[in-house]
Design a protein around this ligand. Structure first.
Ligand code: COI
Length: 370
């Protein structure tokens, strides 16, 4: 199957009543991936051993939190990230929110936390998007990034699951994750400039084997990458590619995204085995690549194999699909295919097309917020 034309116009089939719609008074052309506070947040609380029941929409603002809360002392917290897009006809679409709900539940189980049910999660997301509707960017200008948090907010001193939990969702309108690298090709396709990655061979992101927490979206998985990213950025790189901690021979993931290598008509991505976050974007891209006629293999990918590949790209909710221009391992730099003919561009066009209602959603991945 061939991908939709990247220069084609959006042919949305949805129709929504947008009469009287108003937008927040901000410069929609200036959005990057930084916080723009919106009007409301969603908050739902529950005690250990109970179930989440009733949440509420509150004005967006600071939280009052006990100094001995589980999240502050022992990092008992997880998060999710998903997006709402506005179609050309003004409808608002979520992309696979049920996948985020399920991943949050798996993360919560690993950290001994109660979690909202799938329905509670998806309903809360819909409610907070509707409450912040004027912050959902106009079609083609970006998306509303939705950040659900689940944290132990009850007070304790000993090392144990917190007595109380808070599920909270806040939002921010965003543009491109790598804003400085954005290039608009058509209303449907924004090619983000390709990334230059450095392979990190001293610091690791997750412990090998299935016993660690690399496979869940724990808040504690993120700050440990700062040292490596800061050093890489100071040396002109865009991001860091981490290796497996057992042998240092296989690629795992970048700081906030899954990675794929392409050789001929096949694409390889490290198998999800406990050290790598099961990305919702990555999972979706695998299906789209197969539909486009590519063979996709989820298995160990060695540094040597990566250095011999034709193309590389990364996937994540925030960045969607981003091509990789080069990877540097020790003193070796490998350059990869980029641009509109690269597989990553075709995948991005299809995926963003589905998210924005421009490409028919044959897989029922989008959810209308109304
Ligand atoms: C996302 O892509 O949504 C993430 O959660 C990664 C985050 C570091 C921006």
């Amino acid at each position: 199957m061939s991908p939709p034309s990247i220069l084609g116009n959006c042919k949305t089939v949805l129709k929504c009543n947008t009469a009287g719609e108003n937008y927040a008074d901000i410069n929609w052309d200036e959005l990057g991936f930084s916080l723009v506070p919106t009007d409301y947040m969603y908050v739902m609380k529950c005690a250990k051993g109970d179930k989440f029941s009733q949440g509420s929409i509150l004005p967006y603002g600071n939280l009052e939190i006990n100094p001995s809360a589980g999240i502050l002392n022992y990092g008992q917290g997880i998060f999710e990230g998903l997006k709402a897009h506005r179609t050309e006809d003004g409808c608002i679409l979520l992309f696979r929110p049920d996948e985020n709900a399920q991943r949050m539940k798996r993360s919560a189980d690993r950290l001994c936390m109660p979690s909202p049910s799938n329905d509670q999660f998806v309903n809360a997301v819909k409610q907070i998007v509707l409450a912040n509707k004027r912050w959902v960017p106009p079609s083609g200008k970006g998306s509303l990034y939705i950040r659900p948090l689940l944290m132990g907010t009850g007070a304790l001193l000993g090392l144990a699951p917190a007595p109380d939990y808070t599920f909270l969702i806040y939002c921010s309108p965003i543009g491109s994750y790598h804003k400085d690298k954005k290039r608009l090709i058509s209303s449907l396709l924004i090619i983000t400039g390709a990334l230059n990655l450095k392979v990190e061979d001293k610091l690791y992101k997750a412990i090998s084997g299935s016993g660690g927490t690399g496979g869940i979206k724990s808040v504690t998985n993120y700050a440990p990458v700062y040292t490596a990213i800061t050093d890489a950025k100071a040396n002109g790189f865009s991001d860091v590619l981490f290796l497996d901690s057992a042998t240092g021979k296989y690629i795992e993931e970048a700081s906030a995204c899954n990675v794929f290598v392409v050789k001929g008509n096949a694409s390889f991505t490290p198998a999800i085995d406990g050290t790598i976050l099961p990305g919702i974007m990555g999972k979706s891209i695998i299906e789209i690549a197969i539909d486009l006629g590519y063979r996709v293999l989820e298995r160990a990918v060695s540094v040597e194999e990566m250095l011999g590949a034709d193309e590389m790209f990364c996937t994540g909710t925030a960045m969607v699909v981003n091509s990789i221009a080069s990877v540097t391992y020790k003193k070796t730099r490998m350059d990869y295919k980029t641009g509109p003919e690269a597989l990553s561009a075709k995948l991005r066009t299809t995926l963003v097309g589905i998210q924005t209602g421009c490409v028919e959603d044959k897989k029922s991945w989008t959810v209308l917020v109304d």
